[in-house]
Design a protein around this ligand. Sequence first.
Ligand code: CMP
Ligand code: CMP
Length: 501
Amino acid sequence: MPLSQEYQFELSLFEKEIELQKPSDFLQFASNYFNKRLELQRQFIKNQEQLAKSKGIILFPTNNNRNDSVSAGNAISNPNSHSNSNVDIPSQLSRNATPVDSHAQNVKFKSPFADNDPHTVPHHDDTGSSNFGKDHSNENSSSDLFKGSFNLGGSLNQQDVEDPHAMNRKRNNHSPLGPFDGHQNTESKANKKTAATSIAAATADSNGATPLPFHFNAERRTSVSGETINPDNFDDWTPENFSEKSDSQLKRLEQSIGKNFLFNKLDSDNRRLVVNCLEEKAVQKGDVIIQQGDEGDYFYIVEQGVVEFYVNKQRVSTSGAGSSFGELALMYNSPRAATVIAQTDCILWVLDRLTFRKILLGSSFKKRLMYDDLLRSIPVLKSLTTYDRAKLADALDTQIYEPNQVIIKEGDSGENFYLVEYGKCSVTKKDKGEVASLTKGSYFGEVALINDLPRQATVTATERTKVAFLGKSGFQRLLGPVVDVLKLNDPTREEREAQRH
Ligand SMILES: Nc1ncnc2c1ncn2[C@@H]1O[C@@H]2COP(=O)(O)O[C@H]2[C@H]1O
Ligand SMILES: Nc1ncnc2c1ncn2[C@@H]1O[C@@H]2COP(=O)(O)O[C@H]2[C@H]1O
């Protein structure tokens, strides 16, 4: 299996250091070097922890408060305990690392060989071995919290779409989450509350800081990259609606899910887990499946039928069998960005929020996580909605250039648009020499695409540079809302206008 880019980057740094230092005692040197890197990494995490704490969020509950909450009798069963091993540190570190100030933060660093590393929450399985980094899908757990059809009991018409109160009135009578008989519904919600309370309790801090809310959202819109630090406490996560599917259901699911790109990225264990956590819901033509502005609870896959999307009461699109929706609110802990209505009778499959975040977010939405901070930091993209940014991230690819490598050559035809993730590039013109220098958050390569011209300058990496790039068709399809701003900022505009006159 090829090493990930981040590992390769880490190893290349190490190689450079070896070339520079030419150590005589290689193992000692390697040990010191990686200890130092680890120290920087821990410093970074610690800084994140301070930041989160100032917002009342506990990222790393200690074993003590974990045990406290269990002994307080609040805990739900915990067969699937996970450590924080999914923290995307190498990439964060490479972009954010600063030299360690030994006086800063008062952080005590332990040797990586110590058995009770302060930031690694050890978990022991039945054999007593550490579970760090392993997968613990509990395929036997079967907490069937809610069942029944997705009978919304009242279709909404176009008038209702335009009258949010009408929607709310109907919704209050027939919650999309409460389709079943009243007793089951109450019990299901109560159970969910218990789980949520217990999740919060498990994160309670002995210093009295506020425990993590079930729906974490310190600021209304939260960066998903920040969230890879783990705002949900998955230590107490159990698959909410796990139930083994029948052969015929599996066959149908394979057909509908097979078409959905999200599931292609899952390994067979996670795929099976997700499949068994899905719940079938039938909706009727006109039913409101999601209401814009509501809190996110479920992710949806369409097996049959067509759904339509409304943003601020305007119909923006429709989608059919094999498509999915409802991911944005779950990813960003933000309100629902659109209203979704069944245009025809539909068969849907729904996945609960935590299972979505636990299993799908890190694999199927990895690119969105990866590019979220970058895309938010680029002023010219400010007018994009969360949805636009998510679609843009899906279409981006990454490339690393070494110093002196040419990324774009003046006179060539333009194929891609670029965003600088890190590094430095020089923009030169044959007749003028260097005309610009580009760093993190800059973009380039737009002039040829907007004006249908050859490349107007050469762009060369002057440092190791990582770029995210988008092909021509993606540029036209996804950057429509910002083309006017790109045109206004076009560095060749005045010159070309002057030539015309
Ligand atoms: N133009 C759009 N803007 C926002 N959401 C959209 C749009 N088109 C489809 N959707 C989907 O509608 C869903 C509404 O709930 P979410 O915000 O969770 O996720 C949203 C997207 O999956
Ligand atoms: N003064 C400049 N003249 C031309 N291109 C520039 C200048 N400054 C920055 N650039 C960027 O360099 C890129 C070269 O490829 P494009 O012409 O497609 O788009 C160009 C711009 O994004």
